[in-house]
Design a protein around this ligand. Structure first.
Ligand code: GDP
Length: 376
């Protein structure tokens, strides 16, 4: 048949002709997918590049920069548009599309910090917003407005719609975000509020489920354009299995867990994070904000390297043993806090520490690590 098949990762049209161009799949894999689609079987259709990205954390260069997504973004420069940039508050670094600043020019941006429903009730939302703005600026994005939302729990969706109406001024709206930030869920939620239609766009827990570009006509003649979620290799989500992904990503508001540590003690956040209390004024409380299902292990820092080597993939899992090869080794960053601070572990959560303590945080390749003023 003549229907084109799109990669659910990057939205490129699949082809088996040119391995240097976007959407390439080897002929054998391509044939399999065609057959499965004929038989109405469910398949995960990824181009080779996105597949490798998901499974081997490898970036394959694409010769042309005619990547559908980049073309779409390029289009922004020529159109009078309003951009909604959706980011996952749990994984700011993993959410950022690094090429976005190049494409937005003077296009106004509303930044949406999504999944706010996972934050504890006593979160200081103003501090969260300040942090989001700081991070955005660091990436070269200067949003006109920042809104904290939950598409899933319908938080601030009405406010978002009001804000869009106020800012839109007859422009088309481009919703951009990397995969898994909750973009589809949020758009569904917007549409539901606007029109009462449920689940227009398929959502799922797995990265890369938005198909190509989806254009939703609005009453006033403008459109809401859902761009394909771009796969961000800095998201740990692309290495872990869906099951583990579900395990590490909190599914309900996170509850604090307090650990009393002495200098020279270490916490492992499964095998994906490590926190050392290096030095400070004696015994301290450290408050871990992460999924209830995430295994946390306390040990002496002097034994931590050996402990990790021995137990990663088993006691310290995820990652699973077979994923270790694709995962960068743990890399650490040192901090000396000047105020009560949150030490961030992208995709996992954070650990709140008092001021004037020296700590070191680790993650695979130091991805997603950071610090912010405590928000609670
Ligand atoms: P997309 O790839 O950006 O379109 O993301 P999806 O809408 O498919 O959602 C990705 C994952 O995040 C799914 O597991 C969703 O259930 C979850 N998710 C989406 N929105 C929210 C939200 O507002 N809060 C929470 N806690 N999870 C969300």
């Amino acid at each position: 048949n003549n229907e084109t098949i799109q990669c659910i990762g990057c939205g490129a049209t699949l082809q088996n002709q040119d391995s240097q161009k976007s959407g390439y799949l080897p002929a054998s894999a391509y044939a399999k997918i065609e057959k499965a689609i004929e038989n109405d079987e469910e398949v995960e259709v990824y181009c080779q590049r996105c597949f490798k990205l998901r499974h081997y954390n490898e970036i394959m260069p694409v010769q042309e920069n005619a990547d559908d997504f980049l073309r779409l973004l390029n289009h922004l420069l020529e159109t009078d548009a309003l951009v909604l940039n959706v980011i996952d508050l749990f994984d700011f670094q993993g959410s950022m599309i690094s090429s976005l600043p190049r494409f937005v020019g003077d296009t106004p941006i509303i930044m949406i910090g999504n999944k706010i429903d996972l934050f504890p009730k006593n979160t200081n939302l103003r501090k969260v917003k300040d942090w989001v703005r700081q991070q955005a600026n660091k990436w070269g994005i200067y949003p006109e407005e920042i809104l904290l939302t939950s598409g899933k729990k319908q938080k601030n969706v009405d406010e978002l719609i009001d804000l869009i109406k106020k800012k839109q001024q007859n422009r088309d709206i481009y919703v951009v975000g990397s995969t898994n930030v909750g973009k589809s869920t949020l758009i569904n939620s917007i549409i539901k509020t606007l029109s009462g239609v449920e689940d227009l766009i398929t959502t799922s827990r797995f990265p890369g489920t938005t198909l190509d570009k989806i254009e939703i006509p609005l009453d006033d003649g403008t459109s809401l354009i859902d761009t394909p979620g771009i796969i961000q290799k800095d998201q740990i989500a692309h290495i872990l299995s869906p099951k583990d992904l579900k395990l590490i990503a909190p599914q309900k508001p996170i509850k604090p867990k307090v650990y009393q540590l002495n200098p020279g003690q270490t916490l492992f956040l499964s095998g994906l994070g490590r926190f050392d209390y290096v030095d400070g004024p004696g015994k301290q409380s450290f408050v871990v904000y992460a999924s209830d299902d995430l295994y946390i292990h306390r040990t002496k820092t002097e034994n931590a390297d050996a402990f990790y080597d021995k137990h990663v993939g088993e006691l310290l899992a995820p990652p699973q043993t077979e994923q270790l090869e694709q995962l960068k080794p743990l890399k650490g960053l040192s901090y000396h806090t000047k105020e009560k601070s949150d030490l961030l572990f992208g995709g996992l959560g954070w650990i709140t520490v008092n001021d004037d303590v020296q700590v070191k945080t680790f993650s695979p390749g130091a991805l997603g690590l950071g610090i912010r003023r405590a928000i609670i």
